[in-house]
Design a protein around this ligand. Structure first.
Ligand code: HEC
Ligand code: HEC
Length: 335
């Protein structure tokens, strides 16, 4: 009989343990936040950062770059400027699925925005240009974009007294390829869009985001969106596969992405994670424009990148959050 008290005590403890475990399970929320999939460098709560200040560059150089950005003589038949495909009055992107080059030739990919592009770690969807200066030569020479070349462009600009004067004032000499791309890149470096509601929130104004946007930001972080779309640009700082958990839309699978740059089979279907600033203004979405609306892009991302079928409410909250990423340029709200 002497063994009974320990046995009773043990049974009692076991019962208490089970009961506590049971009640704990009952009081935990039904939906636990899903762990992010192999986060590349997850720092969830510092993952989103405000924009740095716009650099104070020499105004004459920026003005020359702005003029060149709108200069149709950079194209072979004087029909297209950079702004033809990157409309600064419409989010700095192209509302068409693919841009049309000289003689109306369709390109291969949707044009991303030039706003905040200076924050990208590399340029283009496949990262084939290391910098804005390297990037700017691309469209001038691309046969389905501006279809020109430097000798042709330099001959045209050098015949213009206004440009000769402007280049002399800024660079102390006539137009050259290096000076043109430097001026263009300088202008692009001023295309930061500060003071979005998210930036104001991150800088300590909690009410800059409304309750839905705050809830959307929480879901964006909990679901794992911020493991790829992070930092000052909410993207633009890493490459990732489009199709981590599921195959991407069939149109997307036709583009080999980063593989065309590196030649590595493992880079097939890998793209630069695009920045999401001003994303509400830059429809259609994805490199192939396969998502017409932000709702659709968010649903596809959750399914294809994270293996989640989002509820209608989650989609609505995340889209509300993404709308808080629209900033201002030269004091005006972007549209
Ligand atoms: C015919 C349309 C067209 C013209 C003209 C054009 N672009 Fe683009 N731009 C695009 C497309 C399409 C892409 C994406 C191409 C890709 O990633 O393969 C792009 C990409 C870019 C990017 C990279 C952005 C990012 O997030 O990776 C920058 C910067 C850019 N263009 C600046 C310019 C400048 C500067 C000019 C003028 C010299 C210019 N573009 C002229 C269509 C155009
Ligand atoms: C594993 C990395 C990864 C995760 C996680 C991820 N994304 Fe993306 N996102 C990408 C890549 C890569 C692209 C570019 C796809 C393409 O067009 O090829 C992209 C594109 C987008 C675009 C389109 C942007 C444009 O300009 O076309 C939106 C919007 C977007 N993501 C939102 C989200 C949201 C919301 C989540 C969470 C539900 C999310 N993403 C999760 C990597 C990721």
């Amino acid at each position: 009989m002497s063994f009974r008290p320990p046995l009773v005590a043990a049974l009692a403890l076991l019962c208490i343990g089970l009961c506590i475990g049971w009640t704990q399970r009952q009081t935990e929320p039904d939906v636990l936040p899903a762990p992010p999939p192999a986060p590349p460098s997850a720092l969830p709560f510092q993952a989103l950062q405000p924009l740095p200040p716009t650099p104070a560059l020499p105004p004459e150089r920026v003005a020359l770059g702005e003029r060149l950005f709108h200069e149709k003589r950079l194209s072979h038949d004087d029909s297209l400027s950079c702004a033809s495909c990157h409309d600064l009055a419409h989010g700095g992107a192209d509302a068409r699925r693919v841009s049309l080059g000289v003689r109306g030739q369709p390109g291969q990919r949707n044009a991303p925005t030039v706003f905040n592009a200076s924050l990208n770690f590399v340029q283009f969807w496949d990262g084939r240009a290391a910098s804005l200066r390297e990037q700017a030569a691309g469209p001038v020479h691309n046969p389905v974009e501006m279809a020109s070349n430097w000798p042709e462009v330099l001959a045209k600009l050098s015949a213009d007294a206004g440009y000769l004067q402007a280049f002399a004032d800024v660079y102390g000499g006539p137009p050259t390829a290096e000076r043109i791309v430097d001026a263009l890149a300088s202008f692009e470096e001023t295309l930061l869009t500060p003071d979005s509601p998210l930036d104001r929130h991150l800088r300590g104004e909690p009410d800059a985001l409304d309750a839905r946007q705050r809830a959307g930001m929480q879901r964006f972080i909990e679901l794992g969106c911020a493991s790829c779309h992070q930092g000052v640009g909410l993207g633009g700082n890493m490459f990732q596969r489009f199709g981590v958990m599921e195959a991407p839309p069939p149109e997307a699978a036709r583009d080999s992405g980063r593989q065309a740059v590196t030649g590595r089979e493992s880079d097939r279907g890998v793209f630069k994670v695009p920045g999401l600033r001003n994303v509400a203004l830059t429809a259609p979405y994805f490199h192939d424009a396969s998502a017409a609306t932000l709702d659709e892009a968010v649903r596809t991302m959750a399914r294809v990148q994270l293996g989640h079928d989002l509820t209608a409410q989650d989609v609505e909250l995340i889209v509300a959050f993404l709308q808080s990423l629209t900033g201002r340029w030269r004091g005006q709200a972007l549209q």
